[in-house]
Design a protein around this ligand. Structure first.
Ligand code: SF4
Length: 336
């Protein structure tokens, strides 16, 4: 560990990164890499420094997001990590579009339970017109009852007209994950390209939608790939970055999933916090599986979590998530 004296105080290299991130809005590629490769014995110093950045933008608050998988499975795309791809052969978690009444009821529960955001996901390459109208109508109805509940939609590739319709209905974020770095995108999917995904993000931004775009760690990426993801997400002005840790769901076709330890996951969350200081960084899918007993430490770099599970995998419920937040000295930021 390298220490320097600043005005009589001993300051470590991670404090310097925090100051640089706060001052300039980012850190260099080499600095992101140094965080990813930092020794485990530095972890508490690293978390402490990343907290300085997180607390500047989000204080001690934690936003809980609730996902609703509105239509699951039977997707014509071949994303290898996904159990909803038709190529996965997994039919267990597939279901047709849910009834609107159940989506409204789930939004009601999310708001009453203290969620900050409710996210509706539709499987498939691109949402067909009637389904888009259905999504917009559902959003309008939720907006009427819960005007403060933030709403996100995830429905594949987006054209300008569809983006504007969702925006007008009251969606404030559109989710479309980059998942991995551009130079290894073909290793995880062959039916569309990284540029296709970037294009949808740009379309969402130009329609006035905030962009939620995340990654999946554990698909065989290198540290340099993670640095590239930080850069690309900063470039598309992602307001929200779900950092997912790969869950080996039924039907996945990732040949050599990466070995993730809680320490590795925490360092990655810190790297994203330094690289995108003002973004909502989420310890997303797989936090329970990979962070295990160190989950609460993720709140030092991250200011957001999912509760009640993921698209095709279960997870901690909202009550135990709120308890963890409170036990760690943070506060759940309710929408209402
Ligand atoms: S990640 Fe999305 S686009 Fe890819 S297979 Fe799964 S549902 Fe389809």
């Amino acid at each position: 560990m390298e220490f320097h004296s600043y005005g009589g105080c001993m300051t470590n290299i991670y404090d310097r990164l925090a100051k640089k991130s706060l001052r300039t809005g980012s850190v260099s590629d080499a600095e992101i890499l140094s965080v990813l490769k930092s020794p485990n014995r530095d972890l508490l110093l690293l978390l402490h420094s990343s907290y300085a950045v997180r607390s500047k933008y989000f204080g001690n608050k934690v936003r809980i997001h609730i996902l609703n998988n509105v239509r699951s499975g039977n997707c014509q795309e071949d994303c290898r990590y996904c159990g909803q791809s038709g190529a996965s052969g997994n039919r267990e978690t597939a279901h047709p579009m849910k009834e609107q009444a159940s989506l409204l009821e789930a939004a009601d529960h999310a708001a009453k339970a203290g969620a900050y955001r409710y996210c509706m996901a539709f499987s498939g390459r691109k949402i067909p017109g009637p389904d888009l109208e259905f999504a917009a109508d559902t959003v309008r109805k939720i907006r009427l009852k819960h005007p403060a509940l933030r709403l996100c939609v995830s429905a594949g590739f987006l054209d300008t007209q569809s983006a504007k319709l969702l925006k007008k209905a009251g969606v404030d974020r559109y989710n479309h994950n980059l998942n991995t770095s551009g130079n290894r995108y073909k290793a995880i999917c062959t039916t569309h390209t990284y540029d296709d995904r970037l294009k949808t993000l740009k379309t969402a931004v130009s329609a006035g939608l905030g962009v939620c775009s995340g990654i999946i760690i554990g698909l065989g990426e290198s540290s340099k790939d993670i640095v590239r993801m930080c850069r690309d997400l900063a470039e598309v002005k992602a307001k929200s970055v779900p950092v997912n840790f790969f869950i080996p769901v039924k039907g996945h076709r990732i040949e050599k999933p990466g070995r993730l330890s809680p320490e590795v996951c925490l360092k990655i969350l810190c790297a994203f916090r330094f690289a995108l200081p003002a973004a909502e960084i989420r310890a997303a899918a797989g936090r329970e599986h990979h962070l295990r007993s160190l989950q609460a430490l993720s709140l030092y770099p991250a200011n957001s979590l999912f509760a009640n599970g993921y698209l095709t995998a279960g997870g901690d419920d909202i009550e135990s998530t709120k308890q963890m937040i409170e036990d760690a000295g943070f506060t759940a930021e309710s929408a209402e």
